[in-house]
Design a protein around this ligand. Structure first.
Ligand SMILES: Nc1ncnc2c1ncn2[C@@H]1O[C@H](COP(=O)(O)OP(=O)(O)O)[C@@H](O)[C@H]1O
Ligand SMILES: [Mg+2]
Length: 442
């Protein structure tokens, strides 16, 4: 049986209306869907571009192909599978976290044959990391349906393009300058005033590829650290110098936009980093409600302005005077959105599946205050013991810990191995639980 084609009119079309409009099947079949009672890939416009409103609706039974098989892919597959979607992941590591819960194609990300196989087996393609090879993205767009398109990836792969896009949406970022040489860095630092943060335009994560500069004497060392190739006579680096924002706290909002243009955001999370790695997300964020609301508005403005499809995580700084500056974007589920798995009506992973499959977006309401604590390699054994034994602290504090472990082959210091969502009556109780388990004293 071939997947049915459904015609959808975009926003406002309910699932009931869609099934009433079944048409003949398109060419892209899904082998995994055969023999199912009602596999339900659907398409209205083969030429549908992200953001145009001419979007395909894919009902449960359709196969979602995932570029990347890490923990984000795994949690997306678990959420989507619960709804009846099928998944296939492409990842170079055998037995990757996602591959433990879905079929996996084991091959390099730039392996064109493997990408082609992913396209053949899937009705729709998504990704769980943003550094997708441009050639592979183009191939998948040509040979399959990629509702997220490649423009969003192109923008968010590069800090300068990303900042320009955020500004174009009318949302403030910290003052910044493009920098390609030590001379330009010196001039930019004089213009912006120290302290500043120097960052590589591409490829940085968890604080890697950046340096804080507080004194003029530190400029050269920072340049050599962030662009080691340049001092050895290599190609000119693409760097960005940002004004250091003396933030009161960091927050993030995960927003979603569906293929037909519906937009919703999750409540803002307050994020605390240790060694540049996310340690805690606290929800509700401990900032005035007006700031929480404004943060959601800004995130929704960006996701709309960029015509993004799927999830977009927006990291922001909150200053003492209540100003918000966007720091960076991630076009995928985000660590700071993991709290939604247990604390919201809809999880960020379900929302992403809904957005790319063009279902109505789910309710993002917060059901309970929550603290998410990351479990890194050095916390893994202790965290499992704490949650798998009678939990005296949890009982006393009225905190319910929900454990999520990603199934990574090797545990290392600093590697994200899992997280715990601490459901509580007040986030102070969740924070006390973290204190009292005595595990997170790095
Ligand atoms: N302009 C800035 N002002 C103050 N702190 C910053 C600035 N840029 C980055 N940081 C700090 O460094 C952390 C990591 O920077 P970020 O740009 O988010 O890179 P990454 O890709 O590593 O997450 C931020 O969460 C924040 O704590
Ligand atoms: Mg960041």
């Amino acid at each position: 049986m071939r997947p049915e084609e459904l015609k959808t009119g975009g926003l406002g079309a309910s699932a009931g209306e869609l099934t009433a409009q079944s048409l003949e099947a398109p060419g892209q079949g899904s082998p995994e869907g055969r023999g199912m009672a009602k596999p339900a890939a659907a398409a209205s416009e083969d030429t549908a571009a992200p953001g145009t409103g001419a979007a395909r609706t894919l009902l449960p039974g359709a196969v979602i192909g995932m570029l990347g098989g890490g923990q984000l892919g795994r949690m997306m597959a678990l959420a989507g599978s619960a709804m009846g979607y099928r998944f296939v992941a492409l990842d170079p590591a055998p037995d990757a976290p996602c591959g433990q819960v879905t079929p996996q194609i084991t091959a390099a990300y730039d392996d064109r044959d493997a990408a082609r196989e992913l396209a053949r087996r899937a009705d729709v393609i998504t990704y769980e990391f943003e550094n997708v090879d441009a050639d592979v993205a183009a191939l998948l767009t040509a040979e399959s349906y990629v509702p997220q398109g490649s423009a969003l990836l192109y923008t968010t792969q590069h800090r300068l393009r990303e900042k320009a896009a955020v500004e174009a949406a009318g949302v403030p970022v910290a003052p910044y300058r493009k920098v390609g040489s030590l001379a330009e860095l010196t001039a930019a630092a004089a213009e912006l005033g120290l302290p500043c943060v120097l960052k590589t335009a591409t490829g940085g994560y968890d604080g890697k590829g950046q340096a804080v500069i507080r004194q003029p004497e530190e400029l050269e060392a920072a340049f050599r650290q962030v662009a080691p190739g340049a001092s050895a006579g290599g190609a000119l680096p693409e760097l960005v110098l940002e004004k250091f924002v003396p933030f009161k706290c960091e927050i993030s909002v995960v927003a979603a936009r569906s293929a037909s243009g519906e937009v919703k955001s999750f409540p803002a999370a307050e994020n605390i980093h240790v060694n540049n790695i996310l340690h805690l997300s606290i929800v509700p964020a401990r900032v005035p409600e007006e700031i929480q609301r404004r943060a959601c508005e800004l995130a929704e403005r960006i996701v709309s302005g960029m015509n993004a499809v799927g999830l977009l995580a927006v990291e922001m700084f909150v200053t003492e005077s209540g100003e918000l500056f966007v720091n960076e974007l991630a076009p995928r589920p985000h660590n700071s959105g993991h709290y939604t798995m247990d604390a919201c009506v809809t999880s960020q992973f379900e929302q992403h599946v809904r957005a790319i499959c063009n279902l109505p977006l789910g309710d993002t309401s917060l059901l309970t205050p929550v603290v998410m604590v990351n479990v890194l390699g050095q916390h893994l054994d202790g965290a499992i013991q704490a949650v798998c034994a009678p939990d005296e602290a949890g009982n006393r504090l009225g905190v319910a810990p929900k454990l999520h472990i990603y199934g990574k082959a090797e545990s290392k210091t600093g590697r994200k191995m899992g997280h715990i969502n601490l459901l509580c009556k007040d986030t102070g109780d969740g924070l006390s639980w973290v204190e009292q388990t005595n595990l997170w004293r790095n």
